[in-house]
Design a protein around this ligand. Sequence first.
Ligand SMILES: [Fe+2]
Length: 284
Amino acid sequence: MMATDNALHHLGPMDGPLLLFGGPYGNLEALTAIRNEAERRQIPAQRIICTGDLTAYCASPFESVEMTRDWGIHVVMGNCEEALADKAIDCGCGFDQGSVCAQLSESWFGYTNSRITPAQRNWMRTLPRSLRFTFGAHSFHVVHGAPSLINKFIFPSTPDGEKKRELALAAADSVIGGHSGIPFGQRIGQQFWLNTGVIGLPANDGTPDGWYLLLEWKGKRICASWHRLAYDYQKAGRVMQDAGVDTGYARALSTGLWPSLDVLPPHEKAQQGNPINPPALWLT
Ligand SMILES: [Fe+2]
């Protein structure tokens, strides 16, 4: 959906720190940890945005949706919400047919699909495909994948020209996305591309941590910074095994390594297992 369609989903001006994260993926332990982290930082639900994919690889889809709704944060529709709301036959990630990702998704999507209630599907259907807000004079456009497509993967190595085309569609100073699972921020010309990272799976960097993004004033400037989320990944893995959702993703929670690299460009493939540490980025 293009920026011009999003007037109804403008959150208006924000005046305090914002916490943004993506991909809880049905990982209730990670979701509990990020909620506790927001409480510790005293950031209220009105200033928290999830970039979508509440339910996917992990074993607590129903509970994760219920916790998110109870928390009352803003949520952008991810391809998983779109697929579940439509009762689609797969997750809508856009994996190539026959790929390892596609085979694994058949397993977890079937499990998730069987546990989501009609009321939860109806709620997913109401989620906005994008959100806009301002922080000072800086405008933000939040999507799941990219402004042009809900399941478009934008990685650090995605060419600047591709990012520029997407940034032009958003008509905002910064675009914030999720979906690709790798936290990062880049200046592209006069605009910025920010990815929140995800909390429900590690970042394929050999550590079990998830990631989230903070936007805050530092003096008179806006700073974007990425932070690790440590949580009880061993419990999350046990819950998956107990539920019979024992795909390679259960092991990934502890190894920090994705079971399939099908979606990754060569640059990100080569980074597998290298602990990441995205530097903070000044937006103004
Ligand atoms: Fe996604």
